[in-house]
Design a binder for this molecule. Structure first.
Ligand SMILES: [Mn+2]
Length: 414
């Protein structure tokens, strides 16, 4: 049997904007690069594991990026099978709407778990045959998208209902796959979920899980798979060091804490239905992501000095100007913080995404501190103002600020 080669990528988030800056240029560069790799690698299948779009209602620029990519690869790799699944960011209906057209190009889309009218899982829609260069079926892809709570059958037992329900869905799909899979055909499963033991990134993903209770044990999603293609986590990784269970990760950093990732695609080779090799290819980054300081926060003067020495350069291309996040330790009110930072970077070709103030006194909620110590009626407004200032900046308000507060308080009838 001929070798079979699958390329796995994920979490494109087409249509993403970073604090107002569109990412279309980076996505377009990535998709062009991917098209070249698919042709060069003579890939037989491409699997994209969810969050194709960043939003339920993606901008037209994002949908045209996807369609242009599909048209481009079908010209160069007419035999390529493409599987797209829906992620939690995707609208299943929007993703599946062009399915009748995309089918003609060998593109299979599963936006949401398909149920038949009789209440049974429509496994014909979920199971996608993938063919080798001779047109023979070399693998079956169980294209399981992001599972919403309504997709999960109630199962008896001690397991968390979300885990038991997921196990049940994958079990049904695996059963249907085993019924049609012949010897020496590989079993590939997809998922858009968090698997136990995987490393999350700080900003984009932490809020998805509360206490990790829905992180799934690996055996719940594909006990019989030769390769498990996962999406949802933006950090590329193999789960538990197993090269057969991989998050491909996102192709570009979607938040500042993802700037150190080495974004990649995964190339999985199969021989006689068994995974023989995996290889990852680093995706070139065309836009730098800077942070001042590199970690934590620094006093304003230090930050302004560092910003003055920045030499952002986009090769004259506005879409290639580096992104910049700034974090300032704030020890007193700085009403013109933004203007001062903007003035400091005015001479360099960077895109300022965000200024994060770190308050020297901590960011605790004053109300919760007061509530435990004082009666509300016993509080004097000026005293509360002083406490707030001390708490936020770790200093006493100076006379100018106190005068301003008193005249405001007088105006308010206090
Ligand atoms: Mn996701």
């Amino acid at each position: 049997m001929a070798r079979f080669r699958l390329v796995h990528t994920s979490d494109w988030h087409l249509g993403h904007t970073l604090h107002g800056f569109a990412r279309g240029f980076e996505h377009s560069r990535f998709l062009g690069w991917l098209e070249d790799r698919l042709a060069e690698l003579q890939a037989d299948a491409l699997v994209v594991t969810g969050d194709i779009y960043d939003k339920q209602n993606p901008p037209t620029a994002a949908t045209s990026l996807l369609y242009r990519f599909v048209a481009g690869i079908k010209r160069r790799c007419p035999q390529l099978d493409v599987v797209l699944i829906g992620g939690n960011h995707d609208s299943a209906g929007r993703l599946e709407a062009p399915q009748p057209l995309l089918s003609a190009f060998g593109v299979h889309v599963v936006g949401s778990l398909p149920w038949r009218d009789d209440g049974q899982l429509d496994t014909d829609r979920v199971l996608v045959p993938l063919t080798d260069p001779h047109g023979d079926i070399a693998a079956w892809c169980a294209a399981v998208p992001f599972l919403r709570p309504g997709d999960l059958p109630a199962e008896a037992g001690d397991e968390h209902p979300a885990i038991a329900g997921t196990r049940s869905v994958y079990g049904r799909v695996a059963e249907a796959m085993d019924a049609r899979r012949e010897p020496r055909q590989a079993a590939v499963f997809t998922g858009h979920c968090t698997v136990r033991g995987a490393a999350l990134s700080e900003m984009s993903e932490r809020h998805i899980l509360i206490g990790g209770q829905h992180a799934l044990p690996v055996d719940a999603i594909a006990a019989t798979a030769d390769y498990v293609a996962l999406g949802h986590l933006h950090r590329p990784q193999s789960v538990g060091g197993d090269r057969a269970i991989c998050y491909a990760g996102s192709p570009i950093p979607l938040a500042v804490d993802e700037r150190s990732y080495r974004h990649r695609i995964i190339v999985a080779d199969f021989d006689d239905g068994r995974l023989s090799d995996t290889l990852s290819l680093d995706i070139p980054r065309c836009v730098e992501f800077l942070r001042v300081p590199d970690a934590g926060a620094a006093p304003l003067d230090d930050v302004l000095y560092a910003l003055g020495r920045l030499c952002g350069d986009g090769n004259g291309n506005p879409d290639m100007r580096p992104f910049l996040e700034v974090a300032v330790t704030v020890t007193e009110p700085v009403p013109d913080l933004r203007q001062r930072v903007e003035a400091a970077v005015a001479g360099s070709a960077v895109r300022l995404t965000r200024i994060v103030p770190h308050h020297a006194g901590g960011d605790a909620d004053l109300a919760s501190i007061l509530a435990t110590t004082r009666e509300l009626s016993a509080l004097d407004p000026e005293e509360v103002f002083r406490m707030r200032h001390r708490q936020q900046y770790d200093t006493e308000p100076d006379d100018d600020i106190l005068d301003a507060f008193r005249s405001l308080a007088a105006e308010a009838g206090g």
